[in-house]
Design a protein around this ligand. Sequence first.
Ligand SMILES: NC(=O)c1ccc[n+]([C@@H]2O[C@H](COP(=O)([O-])OP(=O)(O)OC[C@H]3O[C@@H](n4cnc5c(N)ncnc54)[C@H](OP(=O)(O)O)[C@@H]3O)[C@@H](O)[C@H]2O)c1
Length: 256
Amino acid sequence: MSPQPQAADSLIWISGATEGIGLGLSRTVPYDRARIVNLSRRRHPELESHYLDLADHRSLTAVAEHFLRELAAFRGQRAIFIQNAHLRGMTGFAAETGAEDVARDIAANVAAPLLLGDAFLRAVVESGYRGEAGLVMMSSAAARSPYEGQSIYCAGKAALEMWVRVVRRENERRGRSHIWVTAVRPGFVDTGLTRHVAAMADRDYPVASTLRAQLVAGGQAMDADSAARQIWAALPARQSLLLFGEQVQVEQPGGG
Ligand SMILES: NC(=O)c1ccc[n+]([C@@H]2O[C@H](COP(=O)([O-])OP(=O)(O)OC[C@H]3O[C@@H](n4cnc5c(N)ncnc54)[C@H](OP(=O)(O)O)[C@@H]3O)[C@@H](O)[C@H]2O)c1
């Protein structure tokens, strides 16, 4: 159970803590007296929740205001934001998926995570918060592996990892040593998202049948709590990327 806001020593925001890895992260927070806030469309049944819809720009603005308000009033040791939420997008080949679905996918899964990361850092700087401030951007092996049928997902995760690398340098140049920023590739985790993409037709997502076979065979995908525990154990991170295993390999010799 979360402490009263004034008594909290850690303030932890997790986007998408209603399910999957985010839920695992919320269940395994390693700090005592942590106030944990879920940011997503559904309310978490137990945790404090603040509405976020990645596809709705107004809700991003409201979250940015919430970050600033809460950080300005916070006197505890650490504030962490884990940008984990992901809208299950329209997996499919470019030029074969509806243009409106592509636009929504880009807004929710490319633009929104970067806007949320920026909003958190802006709130830390503008509030004058001087405790430890940490930002985790949830990435994927898709930042490196060109999965056919997932062009927006891959492009979004690659963009996010480069954003992290640039922002780390900027923070160093500005002497913001109380802020750490990292990207995390969590590995292959059995969640609703994994099962959603594994159920796609191979024509639209050629690794789908391999994923399905791995899920049926068992033993390869982690459960969300185990994945979450190993992420927490690696924080605060000194490097720009934390790697916890890879998903199906798709690179071919000479394949680009
Ligand atoms: N699972 C894996 O193997 C794997 C591998 C690599 C990377 N990742 C990354 O890990 C993160 C979590 O993945 P997951 O597998 O745990 O996904 P998941 O099971 O589908 O859970 C997604 C979470 O995001 C929230 N969400 C979805 N659409 C949203 C929206 N429009 N606005 C706000 N919140 C939204 C959901 O909450 P609501 O429905 O309540 O809004 C839910 O809590 C993602 O960034 C994903 O790319 C996962």
